[in-house]
Design a protein. Structure first.
Length: 332
């Protein structure tokens, strides 16, 4: 998903539920790398953890439409406009798959949306940053969607079946998004000096927030250890972050762009690229609602939800009418 860094154990489940690690059959299934399905018995804390994670992921897909949707009308060509529209539409579809997966755990989609709109549920901090230039569309695709892929591919092996299956299609589409972003930056980087500078500026602004997408360090992450023991997550925050760095550095070199970290260096001993210190204070500030676009993103989301009420009312009325006609026909 887009990071796993919201909430604390106390905000997610009660102490008694947290203490319930599951019965013998459940633990045996998890240890055998099996799949839990909606009708299977599962611990309350396992269910609550899944609801939290899947909902945050779904919310992130929906809120994530805003920073890119902002550039649909300003795309530099009709081709770019069509591609960006398709990408934003993909994100809406991802949200739909994920809300549907969450509903298999016995929660209602309207309840999840209400928690988002009232601030009781979080979404990825990355979407609280502004998109200032067209190059940001490239940086989001290359860095943000690239980080999402690193996070999400292991979830295709998640212990909860509906979530794992939803992630298969989502990951395939995210891989297209990442390549789209790389291509935008490649075109700009090899264009005029002004275009190259625009691409570099976007990378400078999005690099550190992308690293924070993986959540806080492992020793400060309240949910990772339990999620890994249950097979919801396969790797820790720091392991996933390292994978992303190792993948991205050579791509930046191919783009001819510089990652904004003077301490970035290759460690011959470990075979990994090492970054400078990440200022996680910024991450927690954005999560707390103090990011550059927190208020604007939520105001836009709540407004869109209110303006769409008539559509939901019409759909519900049609469904009621269809059920009534079906019941009448069955009686006759």
């Amino acid at each position: 998903m887009y990071g796993d860094h919201s909430g604390t154990p106390e905000q997610v489940w009660s102490h008694d539920a947290y203490a319930d690690d599951g019965d013998a059959d459940f633990l045996a299934l998890i240890q055998a790398d099996g799949r839990v399905e909606p009708r299977d018995a599962m611990p309350n804390a396992y269910r609550a953890s899944l609801v939290r994670q899947i909902a945050q992921h779904a919310h992130s897909e929906i809120i994530g439409m805003q920073p890119e949707g902002n550039w649909i009308s300003r795309a530099p060509s009709l081709k770019r406009k069509a591609i960006l529209m398709a990408k934003v539409q993909d994100e809406a579809g991802h949200g739909l798959y994920l809300y549907a997966a969450a509903e298999t755990l016995g929660v209602d989609r309207s309840e999840l949306l209400d928690k988002l709109h009232t601030g009781r549920h979080k979404y990825s901090s990355i979407f609280n940053y502004p998109t200032l230039t067209w190059a940001d569309m490239g940086a989001i695709g290359w860095l943000v969607d690239g980080a999402a892929i690193v996070n999400q591919v292991p979830i295709t092996r998640c212990s909860y079946g509906p979530y794992a299956r939803a992630m298969v299609r989502i990951c395939k589409e995210e891989s297209f998004h990442q390549r789209q972003g790389f291509e935008i930056l490649h075109t700009l980087s090899n264009g005029s000096p002004a275009q190259h500078a625009m691409a570099q500026d976007a990378v400078d602004r999005w690099w550190w927030p992308s690293l924070m997408m993986f959540g806080p360090p492992d020793d400060a992450s309240p949910n990772s250890e339990r999620s890994m023991r249950w097979g919801i997550k396969r790797f820790s925050n720091d392991e996933l972050r390292q994978r992303f760095v190792d993948m991205t550095v050579p791509q930046a070199q191919a783009l001819g762009l510089t990652l904004p970290d003077p301490e970035l260096a290759y460690d011959d001993t470990t075979g990994h690229w090492r970054t400078g210190a990440i200022d996680f204070t910024e991450l927690f500030e954005v999560i707390a609602g103090n990011g550059p676009c927190n208020a604007a993103r939520m105001a836009h989301r709540r407004g869109a939800h209110e303006r769409g009420q008539w559509v939901r009312d019409a759909a519900a009325a049609y469904a009621d009418k269809h059920r009534s006609a079906t019941a009448t026909g069955a009686v006759a």
